[in-house]
Design a protein around this ligand. Structure first.
Ligand code: FMN
Length: 220
């Protein structure tokens, strides 16, 4: 039995809509989200700061285990820091592609056509580095950190896509160098690197297909 009192309550805001409207709204949203693609060639054109602020506000509205909100979003936009980020990521990635990756893993990513080079970390006008915040001197013990941060990142990608921006979810491996580049303490653990910007005029993406609904969804 906890000695901590529950919070006071407030009424739930309900946006219930007629079923026809709800279907239309969800179909439109699904169509819009289906147009999102991971982009690896960015234009250097700048992105309004206010869009990034609002997208991160959307991400930070995500549910989290015990409402601990165990996330930190570091927006890297200075050319010097992006250069350091790219250099460190490419060093890890070169090691990964040349030595650490298993043949099975290389086969799995081969259709995407990626290699150790990560120029997008410098060409994109900004890179959002997402950290999981674990227990530390100024942070409480979090619960379901990966699930919570994953949901927040989903909202972030959706918000940025909704604003007409392109993103890539990039996971250099290992990622510890990001603490040094972003000057974050050890209890913050890198989760994802997300270059953000507009696609380059000649950007292309692999012609991937999604699994059909019948394969990924069951009703019982
Ligand atoms: C957790 C996660 C890690 C990923 N890591 C990388 C990465 O390190 N480099 C990369 O080029 N793409 C990476 N991707 C992007 C996937 O390759 C991409 O999402 C997938 O091929 C589907 O393509 P789409 O995002 O264009 O629909 C990652 C995606 C996720 C969700």
């Amino acid at each position: 039995m906890s000695g901590v009192a529950p919070l006071p309550t407030i009424p739930v805001r309900s946006d219930r809509m007629p079923p026809v409207e709800a279907v239309q709204a969800t179909e439109l949203f699904a169509e819009r989200m289906a147009q999102r693609r991971s982009v690896r060639d960015f234009s250097p054109d700048p992105v309004p700061d206010a869009v990034i602020d609002a997208a991160i506000r959307a991400a930070a509205s995500a549910p989290s285990g015990a409402n601990v909100q165990p996330w930190r979003f570091v927006v890297v936009s200075s050319p010097e820091r992006k250069r350091r980020l790219r250099e460190a990521a490419e060093a890890e990635e070169r090691e990964f592609y040349d030595r650490r990756a298993t043949a099975e893993w290389l086969d799995a990513i081969a259709p995407i056509g990626t290699d150790w080079r990560k120029p997008f970390l410098e060409t994109a006008p900004l890179v959002i580095v997402v950290f999981e915040v674990h227990q530390g001197p100024h942070s409480p013990k979090p619960y379901y950190v990966k699930e919570s941060v994953g949901i927040a990142v989903g909202l972030l990608l959706a918000a940025l896509h909704h604003a007409g921006l392109a993103t890539l979810t990039h996971t250099p491996s290992p990622m510890r160098f990001l603490n040094e580049v972003c000057e974050r303490p050890p209890e913050e653990r890198p989760n994802l690197v997300i270059p953000v910007g507009y696609p380059a005029d000649d950007a292309r993406v692999p012609d991937l297909r999604r699994k059909p609904l019948a394969e990924v969804m069951l009703r019982c």
